[in-house]
Ligand binder design. Structure first.
Ligand code: MG
Length: 320
């Protein structure tokens, strides 16, 4: 059995992205926050609403991957307004954000869960920033509660609401579930491999990054290679990935359906937007991934194993 952990590590270095190594994106995020502060002041000069912000999604969890060509970076930022959800209508607040940011030819769009700012470079999509809008208040125990603004301008009234949300709790759960920070690094690598697999193998109807993340959250177990006489024992990402993929396949019902809940409020099903057929096709792709991982793990030569893995991860997977 070939040892290809060093190739997995190289692959991870090539596909990962975060704000630490992407200054242009970080700068754009800061500019947007600045524009939002100034814009709100102009729109609402008296008692201008104040907010704090935080990274959320893959930039918060450190699970982001570089998009393949034709795709763009997805940056998620949470904006927390310091007023109670009963003070303003959710879509009204989203409209402030929209108006504050709609400067010049900038593309801004109100989406159901966020306000999106889209950036182009050389006439192609470069990245978008999704601003999730929250209000916050303390409950009767003094605990901070967050509500996310949902709905479009012309949604039905019952589709516009403040929805309870726990935006920073997923990270806390992860930390307590996988206490060792090196084990958590392996967990993040596994998520990134699966995200790149998803980007490479799906045309449409792909699972979301957060759905894959929740699957890993439920299934991941740290794996090391104890065959080597070196201490500390090296990690075995191939084995850890196999365990997650096997587990995901077992999560499908006999009708080939899958549902996984977000482990925090509002506990929604993260596969709910995929159709029956898309879920079925995802299972087929997972079975294919499972077969490739088995056959790669049976190879004696590292380069033979890597050539097989390129079928599921693309040419960013190194051969040596
Ligand atoms: Mg997003």
């Amino acid at each position: 059995m070939a040892n290809i952990q060093s190739q997995f590590n190289k692959f991870h270095d090539v596909i990962k992205t975060d704000f630490d190594d992407n200054k242009p994106l970080r700068d754009q995020r800061d500019l947007i926050i600045d524009n939002l502060r100034c814009g709100l002041k102009k729109l609402i000069p008296r008692n201008t609403p104040t907010f704090s912000y935080f990274n959320q999604g893959s930039y918060d969890l450190a699970t982001g991957v570089i998009p393949l060509s034709g795709e763009d970076y997805d940056i998620d930022v949470g904006i927390i307004f310091k007023f109670s959800q009963s003070s303003y209508q959710p879509v009204e607040v989203k409209q402030w954000v929209y108006n504050a940011l709609k400067i010049g030819s900038r593309t801004v769009e109100i989406k159901r869960p966020c306000v999106r700012v889209q950036y182009q470079q050389n006439a192609a999509k470069w990245f978008h920033i999704d601003l999730a809008i929250y209000s916050t208040e303390r409950d009767y125990l003094g605990k901070e509660k967050y509500y996310i603004a949902k709905g479009f301008i012309d949604s039905h009234e019952e589709k516009k609401f403040w929805e309870i949300s726990e935006p920073s709790k997923l990270k806390e759960l992860l930390k307590s579930k996988i206490a060792d920070s090196s084990d958590r690094d392996q967990f993040r690598r596994i998520i990134r491999y699966l995200k790149r697999w998803k980007d490479y193998k799906f045309v449409a109807g792909r699972p979301t990054g957060i759905a894959l993340t929740a699957c890993c959250y439920n299934l991941f177990m740290p794996q090391k290679n104890y065959l080597y006489n070196s201490f500390p024992y090296p990690y075995d990402d191939l084995k850890a990935l196999q365990i997650v993929v096997d587990g995901m396949i077992k999560m499908f019902s006999w009708k080939n359906q899958i549902s996984v809940k977000l482990p925090v409020e509002p506990y929604n099903d993260l596969f709910e937007k995929m159709t029956h057929n898309q879920k079925e096709s995802m299972k087929t792709k997972l079975l294919d991934l499972q077969a490739i991982l088995i056959s790669a793990s049976n190879e004696l030569e590292p380069s033979d194993a890597c050539i097989k893995l390129r079928k599921v991860f693309g040419s960013d997977f190194p051969i040596s």
